[in-house]
Design a protein around this ligand. Structure first.
Ligand code: ZN
Length: 258
């Protein structure tokens, strides 16, 4: 397990514009549930679909109950060793963008520059008005829910308010996806960490990067549909693999090689 990966280290050494693509697997170590995994939330509970959310007050009430239930977990979550290793890569000037499927904000909490983080599925920490687009903090909306407004409306225009996350049945924000596509076309190494690479169109970014000439490296516990395209596939647990690779590349964080 502790063996060096000479091929991978060489790829990382050569990579000048690395795109980090991250999924749920990197946040489970911080106590964030993996919604789609075998023990995932969606095995116990029906997600609220965008179509229903827009048409039914009952669906919106359920949406807010669910957000309130999960809130403390997101608010209190701390970045783990994988998030910290990614920050080291970024500070070393290797990382062009961090494209994430996660809504937990842990890359920014760990210290990755916010402008480098592209949140494909939005953020749990904001709410957005579907009419006027006004964004405000999730904690303010949840305080209203707790105070008895089961379906809080937009303070500016009275429109429907929702979490700034992409719901089932809702399109990804085209502007956000376009940024991610540009980053995928421009990177020289696409490092996918902790994603099953099964949720589209997010996963298609791998193919876009590979078609543009980038090397693809996949770190995930389970096989992914893109493994055959990859220059290297690492099956080791993410929480040990990513910090180890980073140490091999950049030296020990507290040692003279840091
Ligand atoms: Zn509004």
């Amino acid at each position: 397990m502790q063996d060096a990966d000479p091929k991978l280290i060489e790829l990382l050494r050569q990579g000048k514009r690395i795109l980090l693509f991250t999924g749920a697997g990197i946040s489970t170590g911080s106590g964030i549930p993996d919604f789609r995994g075998p023990e995932g939330v969606w095995k116990r509970r029906q997600p609220v679909y965008y179509h229903d959310f827009m048409r039914s007050e009952a669906a919106r009430i359920e949406h807010w109950e669910f957000k309130l239930e999960g809130w403390a977990g997101y608010r209190d979550a701390k970045p783990n060793a994988t998030h910290e290793a990614i920050v080291r890569l970024e500070k070393a000037g290797k990382v062009e963008a961090v494209v994430t499927q996660n809504i937990d904000g842990l890359h920014q909490k760990a210290g990755v520059a916010a402008e480098r983080v592209i949140e494909l599925h939005g953020s749990m920490f904001s709410v957005v008005c579907v009419s006027c687009g006004d964004r405000s903090p999730m904690k303010e909306a949840l305080a209203r829910v707790e105070a008895g407004e089961a379906d809080p409306d937009c303070p500016r225009c009275g429109g429907i308010l929702k979490s700034a996350t992409v719901m089932f049945g809702q399109r990804l924000d085209p502007g956000v996806f376009a940024r991610a596509e540009r980053a995928a076309r421009g990177c020289d190494l696409f490092l996918a960490v902790g994603s099953t690479l099964t949720v589209e169109p997010a996963a298609s970014l791998c193919g876009i990067a590979a078609a543009s000439g980038a090397a693809l490296v996949i770190v995930n516990a389970e096989p992914t549909p893109y493994d055959t395209l990859a220059a290297e596939v690492i099956r080791e647990p993410i929480g040990t693999a990513v910090p180890r690779i980073t140490r091999q590349l950049l030296g020990n964080p507290r040692g003279p090689g840091a």
